[in-house]
Design a protein around this ligand. Structure first.
Ligand code: UD1
Length: 418
């Protein structure tokens, strides 16, 4: 078992480089299945979820080489259409392979994706949309047996909720379908725009990415193209919160503030000063943060649910009362229990969490409950008096490349021990 030991109370000062976005890299890697030839995806973060995607591509027969941030996928030898249970369970996002696989090979055989720590997290919207596009799907004994008869058929799909994953699966399946697909109430996240930009480079005809209605004119074939993954907006928010909570000063290289336009005002409300010059976002924090009146998570361009936990950690030591309303996932306050172990004053009632800021947290043994919850505990540990020992680090490794080295580089004291 690995433990991350954090000695809190050190002010962070310096520069951190933001990596490519995990949530963009995963659908992009799935999209390489559709692109004939050799795709070169650069700025791809080195994370366990990316490794899981690479394993799926390799299992399907693709040749994949990885060196640092470059993943090169040759889809020519693609020869399988089944993903084994073990690979599906490694990450929930494996469902993103369904649309691309069925569109490219006419078949997909896989189990339901891995369980999720954020609540039920169903895939009904994905399946209903793919059925509308002409995929025959049989769900039995935890498996999905999917088939098409000829090319998929473009159609109008209205999503009940702007699901990110469902929108991505539809885009992947519709790109090479016959005729036009319209997605109404589509997700508008920057990662959707990134996926569409890549697909367009490969020859897809997509209009309206980033808007609520997206149109896809199916083309017969996509050709591989090189692509650079966009910067990770949640990693950016995490470092902003780490800088803020320690009263520090950080420069985030490669961050894209436009993607977090609804998060940045919360840092200003807390008393931080933000400055942006192309390629660098800087934060300077006061000695004591102020409370953030209210944070409501919403689909993009609203406040991202993935930023909720890092900001909650910040408000634990802010002066005053902050209120959170989680509207995306039903079970996304597990980190609150761990923060309470460190001395935070948090009351959770259904979708609402009320945080009464305390003057200081104290280091304690705590556990990562999920990826962003784990990030919240690192942030709390940086602020706390004494030593925090963090367990279940595999959650963190899904989404933060080089976290310890980056934090050490700006003055934090932390060490991973076996
Ligand atoms: C993606 C992100 C995740 C982020 C989330 C919301 C990736 C790899 N993950 O997850 O980090 O927290 O967007 O911004 O990009 N839902 C259904 N039925 C479905 C699909 C979704 O009911 O078929 C519900 C979910 O249970 C959840 C809500 O819709 O309550 C949002 O889910 P969705 O937007 O699909 O998130 P993911 O794509 O899974």
């Amino acid at each position: 078992m690995e433990i991350l030991k954090i000695e809190g109370g050190r002010r962070l000062d310096g520069a951190v480089t933001i990596h490519g976005a995990k949530n963009s890299a995963l659908p992009l890697l799935a999209a390489t299945l559709l692109a004939h030839g050799i795709s070169e995806i650069s700025n791809c973060p080195q994370l366990s979820d990316v490794a899981a995607s690479v394993n799926i591509l390799r299992h399907l027969g693709c040749t994949v080489t990885r060196s640092q941030d470059r993943v090169v996928v040759d889809s020519t030898p693609l020869c399988r259409s089944g993903v084994p249970d073990g690979l599906m369970r490694e990450m929930r996002s494996s469902i993103i392979f369904l649309g691309a696989l069925v569109a490219r090979t006419g078949e997909a055989h896989m189990s339901f994706p891995g369980g999720c720590e954020l609540g039920a997290r169903p895939i009904d919207l994905h399946l209903a949309a793919l059925r509308q596009l002409g995929v025959e799907i049989v769900e039995e004994r935890g498996r999905l047996e999917c088939r098409t008869y000829g090319r998929l058929k473009g159609t109008a799909i209205a999503l009940d909720f702007p699901s990110v994953g469902a929108t991505e699966n539809i885009l992947l399946a519709a790109s090479t379908a016959e005729g036009k697909t319209t997605i109404l109430n589509a997700a508008r996240e920057p990662e959707i725009v990134d996926l569409c930009t890549y697909l367009i480079r490969c020859g897809a005809k997509i209009h309206g990415a980033g808007e609520g209605a997206i149109t896809v004119e199916g083309v017969e074939r996509l050709e591989a193209a090189p692509y650079r993954v966009m910067p990770d907006r949640i990693e950016t928010v995490t470092y902003l919160a780490a800088g803020a909570v320690t009263g520090g000063r950080l420069a985030l290289r490669g961050a894209e503030p436009e993607h977090i336009a609804t998060v940045l005002p919360s840092f200003e409300e807390a008393g931080c000063t933000l400055a942006y010059t192309p390629g660098e976002l800087r934060i300077t924090a006061p000695k004591r943060l102020r409370r953030i009146r209210s944070i409501r998570t919403m689909p993009y361009p609203g406040f991202p649910t993935d930023a909720q936990a890092p900001l909650m950690a910040m408000t634990c030591v802010a002066d005053g009362t902050s209120v959170f309303v989680e509207n995306i996932f039903e079970n996304r306050y597990k980190h609150a229990g761990e923060l309470i172990r460190m001395g935070a004053n948090i009351k959770v009632e259904g979708r609402v969490a009320v945080v009464e800021g305390v003057p200081a947290l104290s280091g304690a043994p705590v556990e990562c409950t999920d990826l962003r919850g784990g990030a919240a505990l690192v942030i709390a540990g940086l602020a706390a008096e004494g030593t925090t020992s963090l367990r279940e680090l595999h959650h963190l490794d899904r989404g933060y490349e080089g976290l310890e080295a980056a934090l050490r580089g700006v003055g934090a004291s932390l060490q991973r021990i076996k």
